[in-house]
Write a new protein. Sequence first.
Length: 890
Amino acid sequence: MLPKAYDPKACEDRIYQMWEESGAFKADAKSKKEPFVISMPPPNATGQLHLGHAVMLALEDIFTRFARMQGKEALWLPGTDHAAIATESVVIKKIQKEEKIKDPRAHYGREKLVEKIAEFVQASRATIRSQVRKMGASCDWSRERYTLDASLNRCVNEVFKKMYGDGLIYRGQRIVSWDPKMQTTVSDDEIEHVEEKAPFYTFQYGPFQISTARPETKFGDKYVVMHPDDERYKQYKDGDTFTAEWINGPVQATVIKDSDAIDPAFGTGCMTITPWHDMTDFELAERRKLPREQIIDFTGRLMPVAGEFAGMPIEEARPKVVEKLKEKGLLVKVDENYVHRIAVSYRGKGVVEPQIKEQWFIDVNKPVVEWKKKKMSLKQVMQDVIRSKDIRIIPERFEKIYFHWIDNLRDWCVSRQIWWGHRIPVWYKGEEKRVGAVSPGPGWMQDPDTLDTWFSSGLWTWSTLIDPTLATDTSLSLQDLLDRSPDFQKFHPTTVMETGYDILFFWVARMILMTTYATGQIPFKHVYLHGLVRTRDGKKMSKSDPSTCIDPLEIIPKYGADALRLSMIVGQSPGNDFRLYEEKIAGYRNFINKLWNASRFVLMQCEKAGVDPKGVGDGAGVGSLSVADRALLSSLQSLIDDATQGLKEYRLSETGERLYSFVWDYFCDWYLELSKGESNPAVLVHALRTIVHLLHPYCPFVTEELWASIGPKGSGPLIREPWPTPEKKSIDRDAEAQLQLLIDIITAVRSLRAEYGVTPEAKIPSTVHAVRSGEFLVQHQAHVLRLANVSELTVVSKAPAPRHGVVSAFLKGVDIQLLLEGVVDLTKVKENLEAERAQLQKFLAGVQAKLGNEQFVARAKPEVIETEKQKLADGEAKLKKIEERLKAFA
RNA sequence: GGGUGGUUAGCUCAGUUGGUUUAGAGCGUCUGGUUUACACCCAGAAGGUCACAGGUUCGAUUCCUGUACCACCCACCA
C-alpha cells in the first residue's frame, strides 16, 4: 500500500536514474519516426542553475515528453555555453578575491589563465548537469555538447572561413563600445543604459555656445556643427573657419552644416564633435572625411593631447577641465538637473567608452547569401524567414519587435579582446593574412582576439548535430560535415526553440542569421518565448538579494520537482513575466498529494473488491456500468481531446489548468465520492491510468511512481507509454448530462441546507430530514423540486454513512427525470422557463447572425465554425425541449 | 523621442477572433465539519460599476479611438 503522503525526496532521484538507464531519453537517428527536436538553450557554465533555467527546463520537458508519448522520435539536446565575457570576468574576480592577485591576466598569462578558467568551467558544468536532472529533464545526455567542444570549434572556424570567403567578414577601424574595466569590446546588445544626473555645461566656443556633459573629451574638437536651416546661424557658411580660445589655448575651428546629425531644437542648436569617442560624431566624420583623434586611452585616462590633464582618469579630469574653462571666462552656464543615459557594460558593469579600434565585423547588408534562389543580405534573409512564416514566433507580437530590431541592425562586431573563447582563426605575417584553424607555418602569428560568444551559440542548433568523429577529418568541407552527419540529417531543422524573450536579439536572431547562412536551413520552426520570473512584488529575482530569491535547489527537496514545475507553468502565458512565490508552489504540492491520495483510494477499492489493479485490462471485465461510470468515461474522452489539442498548440497553462480541475473538481470531488456508494474498480483504474498519462508531461515523477502501482502487468515505464487517444464509443452525452443534473440537484440541496440553517450537528442526515419534511422547495435553474419526492431517495440509500444522501439512489438507477415531476409552484416554473426561452432565443439569434456574417465565415477556421454550428444545434434542441414543457402548462 | 505589454475579487493571475461565464481559478478571510483516499482535506459564504472617457453594435471585460498610471524594449539629443 502506498504511504499516506507523497514523498518526492524518496522517489525523484531513483525514478530519474531509472529513466536514464532505460534509455528513454536517447533519440535514434536511424528511426523512421517523425522527429521532434529541441536544442536546449545552453546555460552559462559559470555557476548555478536559477529559476530562469527551471522554467526553461519545465517547458521544454513538457514539449519533449508529450512528443515522445505521441510516438515521435524526440530529441532534446542538452549542453552548456562557455559564455566568454561572463565567465572570464567571474573567474578573474574570483582570483582577485581568493588569491589576492590584482591583475590575474598579467600574473598568469594567457595560457595559464585559460587553463584556470577551464578548470572552473568543468566544475560548474558538473553542477549544472546534476541540477538539470533534479528538474526531471528528459534530455539526451549521450549527446551533451559544450560550445567549446572540438567539433563545435571546427564549425566556428568553417563558418568564419566561409564568411571571409564571401566577403561577409571584414576587418576595419570602426567605432566600438569599449569596456575599460574588462579591457574588451562589447556588442550593442551587451550594453545597458542607466539614467544618471550629470551637470550639463554650456561653453563659449569662438562665436558659438556649445553644450556638453563631457567636457573632458573636448580637447581636440575643431569642428562646430549646426543645422543648415537654423536661422540663428545663417550668417555662417559651411567651411567657414575661425579661431576660438579653448582649454589649452586657441584652436583653429571650422563650421559644418549638417541636417542629419543635429537637432536645432536641442540646447543651443550647435555642437562640437569628438569622432573618436562618440557614435554620431564618428558617423559624421566618416561622411565628411574629417580627421579624428584619440583623447582617452583604453584604460580610461586622458592622452597627451590633454596637456596638463594627461594621465588623469575621466572622473578626476572632468571638474578640473570645467574649472579651467571657468577661469578663462568660457563657462556660460551649468544645468545641474540634466539627466542623460550612460552606457554600461551588461557583464562587467563598467562605463562604456566609445573608441575607435581595429575589429572584425560581419557585414549584414552585403547581398551575397544564397536564399530561396536569390541573392540576399543576411538582414534580408532574417526578415524573410519570419515574414514568409517559415519560422513562427509565439507570441506573435514579438515578430514586430524583431523586425524593428533588424531595421536598426548594424554590422556586427564579432571580435573580443578577451582570452576565453573561440580564437579568431586568422594568421598574420607582416602584411599577409591567412584564414584557418592552424598556423600556415613558421613566423605566422594568430590574431590574439576571440570571437563574440554569440558567434558560436548562433550555430548551436546544428553544430551540436555534427558528428564529432567526422569533425576531426580536416579534408571535409562544411557541406560534407552537414551531409554526412546522421544526426544533422535526421534532426535539423529543430522543431521549437524555447527561451526567454530577453535573448530574442542576443541569440534567437543570431541563430537565424548564422544557421540560414551556413546550412541553408532555418534553425527551428517555432520560437516559444517565455516570460521572466519575478518575485511576489514583481521585482526581478536577483542572487544578490536572497530574501526575494527562490532557489530551485531549496524548493525541490521541500515541495518536489513536480510542484515546482506546475507552479511555473500554470497561470503563465508566453511572453509575459510572472510572479512566483512559495504559497503558489505549496498549492501545486497539494495537488500532487491529492492525486496521490486519489490513487490510494482507487487501490483500496481494488483491494476491497479483490481486484488486482495491475490485472485490469483495457476493455475486459469492466462489468456493468452505472450512469456515473459512463459519464466519467465519456468526459475522459473530451479531456484527452483538450489535452492533446492544447499541448499541440503550446497552450500549456490552459491545459494544465484543465487537467488540474478535472482531477480535483470532477474525478475526486464527484466520481470518487460517488464510488463510495458502489464502485467499479476497473473503471477507477482505467480512469486513473488515463489521467496519469495526460499529466505525465507536467509532473513526470509522481505519475511515474503511481504507474508502478496501477500500470498493467508487464508494461514499461510511463515515459515510454503511448499518448491516449479518444475512443468515440465511450462518448455518452446523455450520461454526462444526467450526472450533471445530479450534481446540480445535490448542490441545490446543500445550499438549501445552508439557507435554512440546519444545525451542523445534523450533518448529512439533515439533508434527508429537510427532504422528508416536504416543506422546502429546491429551486434550481428552471426546475422547482418538491423535496417530498426526493425523499424517496433516502429509502434506497444503503451506504453506511452517506455523504450525499441522494447519491446512492442515483446509482441504483432511479430515473432523475422522475424527480422533476411533482412540481409545486407552477407559475414560478413557467416564469423561469419563459425567461430561459427568451435568453436562449436571443443567444441563438446572435449565433445565427454570426454564421450569416460573410466576413466571419471567410476569416474563421473551420473548427471555429463547427463549434458555432454545434452551439446552434445544441441551443435549438434545448429550445425545443423548453417549448415542449411550456406547452404542458397551456 | 519611438515601440510593446499590463490595468479583472484583499493578493497572484486566467478569460481561445463580441452572446450559454447574470465575470472564473488559486491563495487569503469568514462559517461549519475528521465522513470507507487526502487537514497538503471536505461542505459553504463574503468579496468585482472587468483603470477612466467616448465610439461601433440588438448586445462590449472582449473590437476601435483617446486619457491616466505601471512595467519593459529600442534610439547617435551633443
